[in-house]
Design a protein around this ligand. Sequence first.
Ligand code: BG6
Length: 463
Amino acid sequence: MSKTFPDGFLWGGALAANQVEGAWLEGGKGISTSDMQPNGIFGGVVERTPGDRSIKDVAIDFYHRYPEDIALFSEMGFTCLRVSIAWTRIFPQGDELEPNEAGLAWYDALFDELARHNIQPMVTLSHYEMPWGLVENYGGWGNRKLITFFERYARTVFTRYRDKVKLWLTFNEINMSLHAPLTGVGLQEDCTTEDIYQAIHHQLVASGMAVKACHEIIPDAKIGNMLLGGLMYPLSCKPADVFATLQENRTWLFFGDVQCRGEYPGYMRRYFRDNGIVLQTEPADDEALSHTVDFISFSYYMTGCVTADPELVEKLRGNILDMVPNPHLESSEWGWQIDPLGLRTLLNVLWDRYQKPLFIVENGLGAQDKPDADGHIHDDYRISYINDHLVQAREAIDDGVELMGYTAWGPIDLISASKAEVNKRYGFIYVDLQQDGSGTLERRRKESFYWYQGVIASHGASL
Ligand code: BG6
């Protein structure tokens, strides 16, 4: 008999404001770090001038088309949609004392539309964007004042949406700041490792304060962290490779350790000592960090390998995160290695380490979909990717892991984060949009749309 997922398991998809909404200057919205990176996280900062155009400015126009999109999500059977709030719609510059009512009202309308379809929102407070004003005028998260600004923003949205949103996440892929400091913590490219960890410290304190505020304002809500689940394997069984892998995994598990256990782990204090990194902290920081998350959410796309041999590292590393590839795995068109069993391993690793409920809030395949002569999209590669990952998630549940839900990344085509590409499509729903901005923005169901609908309807038995 085929296994099913537990009752109450949440099924859906995940979006980020800056990759779907567009309407970059509507409703009193301020300029964000994402607006200043029109070519994506790895495309650098570009000075924006009046009248210039970026693909992200309109994106897939979710800001105006969300009712149609939510109806399609509902048709697939979604019970959960992960979205993010653009901080700049609520506090355009970041340091205002009063929020922007037009921005608050737009998210009210979005959450009301979801409620009409019985889709539960899961809201990320900060998904790869922050007010540009906080970068220019304060130096980003390097400045302690950001903690206060973020807390004000978090308390504002918790209070406003207390009856509508019961699932929250603090910072998207909080560990990515080590690779993309501007996107993660609003620091410029020439910052030092010490600068980054100082900014991360402020962000971790702010995350703890947000957890505390959420528990006070919405006692029946749950709030989680969000990690880029960057599971690494040793390239060989040489003890040096195994130890280097332990250390590499700690670079991201560190964030989970602080957010789940409420204090800095010993290995991190040693890393700071060994590298001459001295963090400026205040006594109250410990109290803020002690507010631990209710659950752990993470993205999972791929795994990578680690070797202690510097020559091999030089020779082998390749993709965007500079990981050493695994010779036993196939890759996507973008060089992301496909490893469904790695998801089961990761779920077990996180469960064994923290014993807190888990939520897979991103997983999916970026691919170039080509409509056939009749306009149909036969994305069997996406079906097989998600199918194989869900099978492993189901196995992990059978292993004893408590898994709350699964939201596939980009249930509708959107603008990719790393390079602002349109042809890197993740959706079950095709959007008629090309890189030069042309296209009608019409939505079309792909083959995977009907497949995912069947998975949800059967509680996973059809996998
Ligand atoms: C995650 C991000 O890193 O990966 C998303 O949280 C992003 O915002 C996703 O879109 C996929 O990456 P990309 O670069 O293919 O869009």
